[in-house]
Write a protein that binds this ligand. Structure first.
Ligand code: 4AD
Ligand code: MG
Length: 460
């Protein structure tokens, strides 16, 4: 007999005579003549209740079932006598597939997020984390759906790369050498020839490669893991995260902003429609303001605000910030959140940043001082998207690279794209974990990654 997933039994239209379910025991309760087992198989938030009569042949097995044990149950799906569920399974056979030791850490009680982080290998078995990772899966599917519906081509950009897209020097180095053989220059490790004789790192962004494909296929996107070697301990930064990066030929900054807004609204709508039960758990137990926040995203036009005006708003705010807002500096997380949560109370797109604080590839505006950059900020998170119109003019691009001390030879292929049929183009990167935080109300990025990578956490 084929096993049926619990998600298909919970809302069954009729009783079923022969069912087989396999899952893990959440709880077992015994009365004189019966045992009740709450069984979960991860297919949905809900458990199915199994009722095992003390008279069945396998009742010895039932009495040995601890929380956490894996079990196969055959029986009949019948209307439940108890309240709280429509159906239950009247067990006929109960087989233990894998017993659980008595010290199983996830006994029925509320566990703190800190504790669950220390058992990241088990936490997907809790309601909260099971729901979070089902939502993550649905969101990933929604990302591909959004782009496919709009005719974008998915590009798998490389993980190992020879270029530093963001120019921030936050790269993890890749080496093929034995650690003892790594050459040293003046006492320091010399990484200049470590990847089969060339310098290589883990990618911080697939953008530069995506740009090459946009010049051939028009509208493209990448969606994959990216890496930042920043030794920071914040609730919204990790060393390994997933990024969604569209890149569009013949598109300016305004078109880029429109796509960013449409993408976030599409994902919000999709998750409310396709993961309603799981979202409901977060709206009830994790963030009471979640529904209002998601409704706000769906119903509002995102504000479009030049960087200069953002700085003015911050300077005249009646709020004392830890860092004084200064024109010409990056906005701090506290600034971003003030603008989106307090001042406008809806998503805000800040654009036209001073060129000194942005990477070489962003298009220089006519004022000669700012670049066509944009950051999308959302309540509760701050920056969720960073992007720009790209510099398509060969002379402006190379002059900027020279000014910034970049070696043109390292980017010869990138420069080539400006020599052969260059066109205005734009794109952005959306942090997938930040989207997860927005959709669930989870406020620590470590809790939306299966096995988060932060300084000091590589245990699992
Ligand atoms: O603003 P960032 O650094 O932009 C880029 O990398 C561009 N090359 C993207 C592009 O235009 N194709 O990163 C983009 C987004 C941020 O807005 C944020 O959501 C997320 O990636 N992000 C991080 N998420 C988690 N941990 C980190 N350390 C992150 N750094 C960036
Ligand atoms: Mg950014």
């Amino acid at each position: 007999m084929r096993r049926t997933k619990i998600v298909h039994l919970i809302d069954a239209a009729h009783p079923v005579n022969d069912v087989l379910v396999k899952g893990w025991v959440r709880t077992r309760r015994d009365s004189k003549n019966f045992s009740f087992i709450e069984l979960n198989d991860g297919s949905c938030l809900k458990n199915i209740q199994v009722v095992a009569d003390a008279a069945i042949a396998d009742y010895d097995n039932v009495k040995r079932l601890n929380t956490g044990a894996a079990v196969a149950v055959t029986g009949r799906l019948i209307p439940s006598q108890g309240s709280g569920q429509k159906w239950e399974i009247q067990a006929e056979g109960v087989t233990i597939i894998g017993a659980a030791d008595e010290d199983y850490p996830l006994q029925k009680k509320r566990h703190s997020d800190e504790f669950l982080r220390s058992i990241a290998h088990l936490r997907p078995r809790t309601n909260k984390y099971g729901a979070a990772f089902r939502i993550r899966s649905t969101l990933a599917y929604a990302v591909h759906t959004f782009f496919r519906e709009r005719g974008f081509t998915c590009i798998h950009s490389p993980i190992i790369t020879g270029s530093d897209c963001e120019g921030a020097g936050e790269m993890f180095r890749v080496t093929t050498l034995d650690l003892n053989d790594i050459p040293k220059k003046e006492g320091k490790v010399d990484f200049s020839a470590d990847f089969f004789g060339r310098e290589a790192s883990l990618t911080v962004s697939g953008q530069l490669e995506a740009e090459m494909f946009a010049m051939a296929l028009g509208d493209v996107y990448t969606f994959g893991p990216t890496f930042r070697a920043e030794n920071s301990n914040t609730s919204r930064h990790v060393a390994e995260f997933w990024m969604v990066e569209p890149e569009m030929a013949f598109c300016d900054l305004a078109g880029n902003m429109t796509l960013g807004q449409e993408l976030i609204q599409f994902l919000t709508r999709y998750i409310l429609d396709h993961a309603a039960d799981d979202i409901d758990l977060f709206a009830r137990f994790v963030d009471k303001g979640l529904r209002a926040c998601l409704d706000g995203i769906l119903s509002s036009e995102f504000v479009r605000l030049p960087y200069t005006e953002a700085v003015n708003i911050l300077k005249t705010a009646r709020r004392k910030f830890d860092h004084d807002p200064v024109y010409g500096k990056d906005l701090q997380s506290e600034h971003e959140r003030y603008i989106t949560e307090v001042h406008f109370k809806r998503p805000v797109i800040i654009y036209d940043y001073p060129m000194e604080i942005k990477p070489f590839y962003m298009r220089v505006n006519d004022d000669g001082r700012t670049v066509a950059a944009m950051d999308v900020l959302v309540p509760g998170i701050g920056e969720i998207i960073g992007g720009s119109q790209r510099e398509e003019r060969l002379d402006v691009l190379t002059a900027r690279m020279d000014d910034m001390g970049l070696d043109r030879r390292d980017y010869w292929w990138y420069i080539d794209s400006r020599r052969y049929g260059s066109v205005p183009h734009s794109g952005f990167g959306m942090g997938f974990e930040r989207v997860m935080m927005l959709m669930t109300g989870i406020r620590n990025i470590r809790d939306v990654l299966p096995f988060p990578r932060t300084p000091g956490s590589i245990e699992f």
